[in-house]
Write a new protein. Structure first.
Length: 275
C-alpha cells in the first residue's frame, strides 16, 4: 500500500538509517485495498450465500404463485418480468461495509491512516471489490433464468449490458452501508442498512407493470428509481434495443449513486478527521 525508502546519516556521521514512508500512488493504493477485500470474501461465505439463495427462492415462489395474475394484467412472459427483480435483490446491499466496521473496531483502519495511503482509495478500493462481487452474483441468477427458458431479445450484447447495469446498481447502493459503517462503526447498524432497500424494492413494479398499478402506489412507483432500473433490465430481455428505458435506468442509477456516495465520502472525511 505504500513503499519505503531508507535515508542514512550525513557522511561522516554516526547516526543509523531511518525509514521514511513514501506514497505508492493512487492506483496501487486502490488495487491493494480491492485485492485484500476480494481475498476476504471466500472466508465469509455467510455474507454471500444468502444473497443468492433468497433472490432465487422468491423468484421461484413469485413465478409459481403470481403468473396467472400477471398475465391477466398484461404481462406476456412473467419469468422474464421477474428475473430483473431477482437480480436486483441479489446485488443490492452487498458490500464490504461489515469488513470495514471490523477494521475500524480492531484499529486496522486507524493504522492505515498513519500511512501516506490515499484516503479516497480506502473506500474506492472496497467499492471496486463490491462491483466485482455483485456482477459475479448476477451470473448464477442469470444461468437459472436461462435454464427455465428466459431468453434475451438483445442477444449476447444485451446479456453483457444487463450484467453491467446490475453491477452499477449494486455499486450505487453501497454508499449507504459504507456511510453507516464509517459514521457509527457499529456492525448491527450496518447489517440493518438493507432495510433502506425495502421501500425501493416493494413500492415499485416488482410484481406488476406500472400501468397496472393505481392510487398512491402508482405515484410512489413513478418516483422510485428502482422502477426505471427494472424497466431498463426488462427492455433488454423482452423489448429489444430501446434507448429511452436504458437512458432512464442509467440516470436512476447515477442519481442514487450521487446521493449514497456523497454520504459515504462525507462520512469518510469525518472518520479521518476524528482519527
Amino acid at each position: 500500500m505504500s513503499t519505503a525508502t531508507t535515508s542514512t546519516a550525513p557522511e561522516g556521521g554516526t547516526g543509523s538509517g531511518t525509514i521514511v514512508a513514501r506514497h505508492a500512488g493512487f492506483v496501487r493504493d486502490l488495487t491493494s485495498v480491492a485485492i485484500r477485500a476480494l481475498r476476504q470474501i471466500p472466508r465469509e461465505p455467510e455474507a454471500v450465500i444468502p444473497a443468492l439463495i433468497v433472490p432465487l427462492f422468491f423468484f421461484v415462489v413469485n413465478v409459481g404463485a403470481l403468473t396467472n395474475v400477471a398475465e391477466a394484467a398484461g404481462v406476456s412472459d412473467f419469468k422474464a418480468f421477474q428475473l430483473p427483480v431477482a437480480i436486483i435483490f441479489a446485488v443490492t446491499g452487498i458490500s464490504r461495509a461489515s469488513a470495514l466496521v471490523s477494521d475500524i473496531n480492531d484499529g486496522y483502519f486507524d493504522r492505515l491512516l498513519l500511512t501516506p495511503m490515499s484516503r479516497p482509495a480506502l473506500l474506492l478500493g472496497l467499492m471496486v471489490a463490491d462491483l466485482a462481487l455483485v456482477m459475479a452474483l448476477s451470473v448464477p441468477v442469470l444461468i437459472f433464468g436461462f435454464l427455465i427458458g428466459v431468453e434475451f431479445a438483445t442477444g449476447i450484447a444485451g446479456v453483457l449490458l444487463f450484467l453491467i447495469l446490475a453491477g452499477l446498481w449494486g455499486l450505487a447502493f453501497t454508499g449507504f452501508p459504507y456511510a453507516i459503517a464509517l459514521k457509527t462503526g457499529n456492525p448491527a447498524a450496518v447489517n440493518s442498512s438493507f432495510l433502506l432497500f425495502f421501500p425501493f424494492a416493494f413500492l415499485t413494479t416488482s410484481f406488476l407493470p406500472q400501468e397496472a398499478l393505481s392510487g398512491w402506489l402508482a405515484t410512489v412507483a413513478t418516483y422510485n428509481p428502482v422502477t426505471y432500473v427494472l424497466a431498463a433490465l426488462r427492455s433488454l430481455l423482452t423489448g429489444g434495443w430501446q434507448l429511452t428505458p436504458l437512458l432512464q435506468g442509467t440516470a436512476a442509477i447515477l442519481g442514487v449513486a450521487l446521493v449514497s456516495h456523497t454520504l459515504a465520502f462525507l462520512a469518510l472525511r469525518g472518520r479521518v478527521s476524528r482519527s
